[in-house]
Design a protein around this ligand. Structure first.
Ligand SMILES: [Zn+2]
Length: 459
């Protein structure tokens, strides 16, 4: 539950958004870089947002579309397989009484209860990681290579997995010690206190993630290429964002995917572009993506996300309160779990947490997608790069289905679909067409030089 919940928290609050465009022919897994604006998307008196969207979509060959759809739709099934596989592991560990055995071993090693809990957690995490390894390797390594996304050989990938396990042991261990302690000491009020402790812990993890956790896997450096940095700094200043907050990360160490994100909060909050985006994105595209990221920053999405997370956290703990007692009454004896404060209960809590997480997937996706749409609109208004934005949407289509059905988008998409993003950009362009018309137009107060970003949004 701990690792899972932390991952959920981070995934809600860290938006993964991406982009690109370059001169070399794209690899088999890469979307075309649309540096030239298609004829139907060029500004003229007969500009039509739908026709412009279709023109951008037509840049993607059926073969690329099929590949991207296969990859993304496979991800829908992985949500189900991950869930079922996790349930099977939890039931196995409970029914074979391995969980009780790990607790007994921990009790033989030390009399100090928090250390017993930690020793239990180390055993449990190692056992469940070993059991979960086949699916993790398929999902994180073999499948990524099959679709040309992964850049790591097996050795370095495995090293990253061990780093993840070590983080899980340390952070998860601390959290489990705290939570088991709370449940033992407060047998009546543990749902509220457990929610509070896990919430503070999640905030702590989000706070340290950009400065402590991310650098364990990747190198993060401040951006310093003036050609890229100067327009970004200008955008940042226009939006009241401290300029020191723009970083780049060597994501190409693991993947070909382009992305950027806003992470951390308070004085660890920062905007990061990955190096794939920097290398393959046109300047217009990078500006469009940065405008979007600044939207997250200015619209306080991290703080709003934390508030949303507090609600989810409370619901989860009350759900736990309502289910865990009944499960113990029915199977506790069989699993040799002594009661609610027994560390051997951890797989049951993780099992119940997986059910919860599986059921609320569409809710979490819809919450995130709503914020992403807000950031898209903000980004268009501030960067005024609808064509760069359309390029970015196409590049992101390398790992996201471009044209899903409405229900499919609602359930599975944590960002608006590529087609909807291009349409939103082209609609914005249609409604701000003056900004893009040739200079021979009679000069008015609305010429590009005179218009401010704030004006642009209101037109
Ligand atoms: Zn985003």
């Amino acid at each position: 539950m701990i690792v899972h919940k932390t991952a959920v928290a981070v995934s809600i609050l860290v938006c993964l958004c991406a982009a690109l465009a370059f001169a070399q022919p794209p690899g088999p897994n890469q979307m075309p870089s649309v540096i030239e604006v298609p004829a139907a998307a060029q500004a003229n008196a007969s500009f039509d947002a739908t026709a412009a969207t279709d023109a951008y979509m037509a840049q993607i060959s059926p073969e690329k579309t099929r590949r991207s759809n296969d990859y993304f739709e496979g991800g829908y099934w992985l949500i189900l397989w991950d869930f079922l596989y996790g349930v099977v592991i939890a039931l196995l560990v409970l029914n074979t009484r391995w969980s009780a055995g790990m607790r007994n071993l921990a009790e033989r090693i030390t009399r100090f209860k928090p250390i017993q809990t930690f020793i239990y957690w180390v055993q449990y995490l190692i056992v469940s990681s070993v059991l979960g390894f086949p699916l993790a390797a398929y999902e994180g390594y073999f499948r990524e290579h099959k679709y040309g996304m992964a850049t790591q050989t097996f050795g370095p990938w495995l090293v990253d997995q061990f780093k993840g396990l070590a983080i899980g042991i340390v952070l998860g261990g601390i959290l489990v010690m705290l939570l088991v302690g709370v449940v033992r000491r407060f047998p009546r009020n543990w749902p509220v206190l457990g929610a509070a402790v896990s919430y503070v812990f999640i905030i702590f993890t989000i706070f340290i993630a950009p400065v402590i956790l991310v650098p364990i896997f990747n190198k993060v450096t401040p951006l310093n290429d003036p050609k890229i940095v100067n327009p970004i700094l200008r955008l940042a200043r226009q939006n009241g964002i401290p300029a020191k907050d723009v970083y780049t990360i060597d994501a190409s160490r693991q993947t070909t995917q382009m992305s950027a994100n806003v992470s951390g909060f308070g004085n660890t909050m920062r905007i990061t572009l990955n190096d794939n985006l920097l290398r393959r994105g046109s300047p217009e595209e990078i500006q469009a993506v940065m405008g979007h990221e600044m939207g997250h920053y200015v619209l306080n999405h991290i703080y709003k996300g934390l508030t949303f997370l507090l609600i989810v956290d409370l619901v989860f703990w009350f759900y736990l309160w309502g289910t865990v007692g009944g499960a113990l009454k029915r199977w506790g004896e069989k699993w040799q779990i002594r009661g609610i404060g027994d560390t051997a209960i951890v797989p049951l809590v993780i099992l119940l947490g997986s059910v919860f997480g599986f059921v609320i997937t569409p809710v979490m996706n819809s919450y995130t997608r709503t914020q992403e749409y807000e950031a898209d609109m903000y980004g268009l208004n501030t960067s005024r790069q609808p064509d760069g934005f359309a390029q970015a949407a196409i590049h992101l289509g390398e790992y996201r289905k471009m044209s899903p059905g409405a229900a499919e988008e609602w359930i599975f998409f944590d960002h608006p679909s590529g087609r909807n993003r291009i349409y939103a950009a082209m609609r914005w362009k249609a409604e701000n067409l003056k900004l893009f018309m040739p200079q021979t137009e009679p000069a008015t107060a609305g010429t590009p030089a005179a218009a401010s970003p704030a004006d642009a949004g209101k037109k």
